[in-house]
Design a binder for this molecule. Structure first.
Ligand code: BTN
Length: 252
């Protein structure tokens, strides 16, 4: 069901029953050469990776476990905001199936009706100054039968419960149709092309939030994202900018 553009951007599509982690597999296997994607789907991961060192857990055959490998030239700075843009691509794919209540939570969670539906984990490979391999891992909860998707400490949503009957393969192809052209065009477009779309889907815009980084905590009002994808927090009338990494964000 892949569209022509994504078909032309796809070098190989690997389908696996069982792997340790699709991200780990693709990091090991990325081939040199820009302008095309290497894609892996798995039915199950024994050690699926989440952000901030957490595990991503889902039963065999549930949801979507996907990694996309892409090589960029232009160094790691050309990837600013990429993980947020991937969130926009996922939201657009879900929008094509009219999934209700989809929102984005900085830096790269997809929420649905106030709960986490999908997560994105970017991992980098290479010297990061010129050629730079990126593996984009996406885990989407669907048909979890009550098992938590991530060793998560936040409420999670299940697509099959929110919006039953979406064919899994069609959703997977639709995600690739949104994502692969984005990757191809990203070096020219950058996050500027996605900032407004991200802002329109911002789960916490204008709301009081708590940010945690290591032992430090900041409280303020979420004031959107910058051109580079940094979270803007308003604290006592001043704006402070936070860049991704190990930071977690919560509503108050
Ligand atoms: C998060 O913590 O929200 C990010 C979760 C990312 C999970 C996906 S599942 C497919 C890919 N392979 C992995 O090991 N992790 C990502």
């Amino acid at each position: 069901a892949l569209g022509d553009r994504s078909r032309s951007l796809l070098r190989s599509l690997i389908l696996r029953d069982e792997v340790d982690s699709t991200n780990a597999q693709l990091l090991a296997l990325m081939e040199a050469g820009t302008g095309h994607a290497v894609v892996m789907f798995a039915e199950h991961q024994s050690t699926g990776r989440g952000r901030r060192g957490r595990h991503w857990v889902s039963p065999f055959g549930a949801g979507i476990l996907l990694s996309v490998g892409w090589e960029f030239s232009g160094g790691v700075q050309s990837l600013e905001g990429l993980s947020l843009s991937v969130g926009v691509a996922l939201a657009r794919a879900l929008g094509r199936f009219e999934v209700p209540g989809v929102r984005l939570k900085w830096p790269n969670d997809i929420w649905c009706r106030g709960r986490k539906l999908a997560g994105v984990l970017l991992e980098l490979k290479g010297d990061l100054t010129d050629r730079c391999g990126v593996v984009i891992g996406i885990g989407l909860n669907s048909g979890l039968r009550g098992q938590a998707a991530c060793a998560i400490d936040q409420p999670w949503a299940d697509l099959q419960q929110v919006c039953p009957g979406i064919p899994r393969n069609l959703l997977a192809a639709t995600i690739l149709d949104e994502l692969l052209p984005l990757l191809k065009d990203y070096p020219e477009q950058g996050f500027r092309a996605y900032r407004d779309a991200w802002a329109a889907l911002d789960q916490f815009a204008g709301q009081p939030v708590v940010l945690q980084s290591g032992t430090e905590t900041w409280r303020g009002t979420a004031a959107g994202v910058s051109d580079k994808g940094a979270l803007i927090l308003e604290m006592a009338g001043e704006l402070k900018y936070f860049h991704g990494g190990e930071i977690s964000l919560r509503g108050q």
